[in-house]
Write a protein that binds this ligand. Sequence first.
Ligand code: ADP
Length: 265
Amino acid sequence: AIHPRPAARVGQSALRAKSIIAVGSGKGGVGKSTVATGLALALRSFGCKVGLMDADVYGPSVPHLLGLTGRPAMTESKRIAPISVPASGKAPEMPVMSMGFMVEPDQAVIWRGPMLHGSINQFLSMTEWGELDYLIIDMPPGTGDVALTLSQAIPVTGSVVVCTPQEVALLDAVKAVAMFKKVNIPVLGMVENMSGFRCPDNNKVYDIFGSGGTRQKAEELSIACLATLPIDIQLREAGDEGRLAEVIETNTNAGNPLKRMAQSL
Ligand code: ADP
């Protein structure tokens, strides 16, 4: 279900997307990049043309999750050519842009406010995204700077807030929801990640970080809980090894909830 709205145009930029979805979190390490990347992959598995922008400039992990390396080239029209995940079956190729392509992996990037603002705008406007059904944006955790920049630059369709069922994570997630609302980005819903672990030895579910807390919190806030993902060793291994594309397509533990969520957007 693609939002029936005119494609967004950013000034003279090459960004044309029917729907722009920002994936955020209150704190780091809750699986935001995994969910953002997984959601993009789930959408493309239905044949949608999806772009993925890694706006987590402080800790760009999207290239690693997808096993993408290289330096983006300049096109003839002086735009940045993104690095793409190759097409696979009915899934079209997926252009990806990340600060991770611009800096050495072990290089620290120190951003001041105006630089951050400038780099996000450049990413959006200079990347040759082509015609997209969806642009998925992996946001930096917590802070509102990037959300504010985005909300001023492009018509963001909505946001998704990822958290674990732990009380501390939920408190930060509530702040992330408030932050998106403050910059007038509608909150489409929350995702509960790392919700229980089914032990393969005895098939029992262990609630390592708890479970169900996100659904409850979402209800309190009158927003949807869009998906619940269990702790999944295959998902973690695939992320570490740059094989997320492969595992989202085949792994039902992580793939199915993300595909159901993708269908609901
Ligand atoms: P964030 O973007 O919030 O910092 P990441 O997506 O980088 O988080 O995930 C942090 C770590 O947790 C990664 O190693 C990732 O593979 C792992 N991870 C994320 N979600 C799950 C899950 N559902 N099951 C197992 N490991 C996960």
